[in-house]
Design a protein around this ligand. Structure first.
Ligand SMILES: Cc1cc2nc3c(=O)[nH]c(=O)nc-3n(C[C@H](O)[C@H](O)[C@H](O)COP(=O)(O)O)c2cc1C
Length: 168
């Protein structure tokens, strides 16, 4: 798949068909995160990969919008540092790493979905990350159960550009 196809076929997928993701593909997705740009190249992230079904089910309880994690083939937990600066650079860095990993997944035909973490205590208890990491979010991964990732067909109709000059 070409970059443009990965960009246009990526969508948030919340139901997965149960097939496991080959380890080499998971490695590629994680390597994509690791190679993402970050402020002053400080690479403030940690990634924890969860593939055990019971752990995935428990992890789904960290936020009411994280139900899709339970049925994922794997979920990457992206962990953020307590120390940041006034620009919130870690948030941008982790956001970029997240999007890069989701595109790498789409490139492999793997669907993905974000989820926030409201119950950080539960996430910490399940995964054991240290106190100096105090925020996290989730990327569930798996092969889409509903329809494959496909680039939308090009429009067949004409496209009209209507430009309004606000000075008139
Ligand atoms: C910062 C962020 C947090 C999100 N949190 C959740 C979430 O907790 N649960 C969820 O199901 N989707 C979550 N999403 C996915 C958005 O709902 C989704 O990207 C949006 O509906 C657009 O759909 P699309 O990505 O398929 O185009 C989140 C997306 C972002 C960027």
């Amino acid at each position: 798949m070409q970059t443009w196809e990965a960009i246009t076929s990526r969508r948030n997928v919340r139901s997965f068909d149960g097939r496991p993701i080959p380890p080499a593909d998971l490695d590629r997705i994680l390597e994509t995160g690791r190679r993402s740009p970050s402020s002053q190249n400080w690479q403030p992230w940690d990634f924890i990969v969860v593939t055990d079904r019971d752990q995935l089910r428990e992890l789904a309880g960290v936020w009411r919008g994280a139900g899709h994690v339970a049925g994922s083939a794997a979920t990457i937990v992206v962990i953020g540092p307590a120390a940041d600066n006034e620009f919130g650079r870690a948030q941008l860095d982790l956001g970029q790493a997240t999007m890069a990993m989701m595109l790498a997944a789409a490139d492999l035909g793997i669907g993905s979905c974000h989820a926030g973490v409201a119950d950080l205590g539960l996430a910490r208890e399940l995964l054991g990350f240290p106190e100096d990491r105090d925020w996290a979010f989730l990327i569930s991964l798996g092969y889409p159960a509903d329809r494959p990732l496909v680039s939308p067909c090009p429009w067949s109709g004409n496209v009209a550009w209507h430009v309004t000059d606000p000075r008139r």
